[in-house]
Design a binder for this molecule. Sequence first.
Ligand SMILES: Nc1ncnc2c1ncn2[C@@H]1O[C@H](COP(=O)(O)OP(=O)(O)OP(=O)(O)O)[C@@H](O)[C@H]1O
Ligand SMILES: [Mg+2]
Length: 375
Amino acid sequence: MYIKKLKLHNFRNYESLNVTLTKGINIIYGENAQGKTNLLESIYVLGLTKSHRSFIDNNLIKNGEDYLTIEGIINNQKLDNKLNIYIDSKSKILKYNGNAIKKISDYISIMNIIIFYPDDLEIIKSSPQVRRKYINLELSQLYSNYFILINEYNKILKLRNEYLKKISKRESKDRTYIDILTGYLIDKSIMIYKLRDKFIKKVNEYCFKIYKDIMGLDGFKVIYKPCIDMDLNSKTLKEYLKNEYNKRFEYDLKLLSTTLGPHKDDIEFYLNDKNLKYYGSQGQQRVAVLALKLSEIEIFKKYKDTTPILLLDDIFSELDEVKKNNLLKYINKDIQTIITTTDLNNLDKKLIKKSKLFNINKGNIIKVKEVKLDE
Ligand SMILES: Nc1ncnc2c1ncn2[C@@H]1O[C@H](COP(=O)(O)OP(=O)(O)OP(=O)(O)O)[C@@H](O)[C@H]1O
Ligand SMILES: [Mg+2]
C-alpha cells in the first residue's frame, strides 16, 4: 500500500499542506526544525491515531489554533481509500471513506506503517513496557482483533487490581468474584501469549538474515520472554495458570496488584549468547531494531498480502558507510518509503536519482526536480 496524497491543516508547524507522494521513494530534506519529522508524524497519526513521540494529542495542534485535520488517500491493491482525522481539545474523529469510525480497532489495521526514528533504540535500551507497547502496536496492525483482545485484558486486569484493594481494605477474604475475574484473565492471557509467541517466531524467520546482511554478523535472534512455558498446550497452560494465580493470591494481595500475566512479558535481543541490551554497541543495537522492523515488512507481505508504508526519520546519519550501503538493499521502489534528512549528501546518489525529492522550509513543501550534490 502507499499514501498518494496528504493534506494537513494546523498540524504542528503546518498551517496547510497538500502534497502528492510517489509510490516509490520520497526524500524530504531541509534544515533543522523545518517540519520534516512533523510530516512523518502526521502520516503516522493518520494511520495509527496517535503520535509516536507525544502522548498528548493537543501537542499536535498548531500553536494558537483549536483543531487540526489530516487527510490521506491510501492506495491498496489498486483501490483508493480516504482516511480523515480531526482532533480538537475535546474530541477525535476518525473517518474512512467519509464514514465515521467509532472503534479504533476497525481503523488502525487499514493503513500499515513501519517507522524508524532516532529514539527507536529505546525498544532495546528501555524498560519492558516500551517493548510490550511496540509488540501490541505491531500485532494490532496485523490483526484488528488483537487490539480488542489487549483492551479487554487490560480492563479485566484493572478490575482485578481494584478488587484486590477492596479485599485488603475490608479485610474480608471473599474470593468468588476474584476467582471469576482470574478465570477471564487466564483465557485472554493464553490468547495474547499465543499471538505474541507466533509473532516473534515469524520475526525470527527473517531477522537473522537481515541482521547479517546489514551488520555482517551471524547469530541475531529475538526471544519472547513470557513468564510461562510456551510449549504447553492450551489446556495444560490453563491448569498451570489457575494453580499459579492461586499460589500467588496472598502475594498479589500484599502488593495490591496482579503479579502474573502478559502485562509482565518482555522480549530480548541476542547476538549469539550476548544480550544486546547490555553488550551491544550503539550501532549493533540500531541495526537490531532495523532488522526487527524490516522483518515486519516481510510479515506484512506474507500475512496481509500488502507492503506497509516505511517512514525513515533521519536514520542514515548514524550508520557508517558500509552499513548504510547494506541497508540500501532493503530500500527499493516496491515499498513506499519516505525518508527525511538534513543533508542530501548523507544519502546515496543512486538512491537520490530514483527518488522524488521535496524540500521543506518553515512548514512549506516544494517539489524539487534536480539538486546539486557535493562531489
Ligand atoms: N504544536 C506546534 N505548533 C507549532 N509549531 C510546532 C508545534 N510542535 C512543534 N512545532 C515546531 O515545528 C518545527 C519543526 O519540527 P520538526 O521536528 O518537524 O523539525 P525537523 O525538520 O524534523 O528538524 P530536525 O532536523 O532538527 O529533526 C519546530 O520548530 C517545532 O518547534
Ligand atoms: Mg526531525
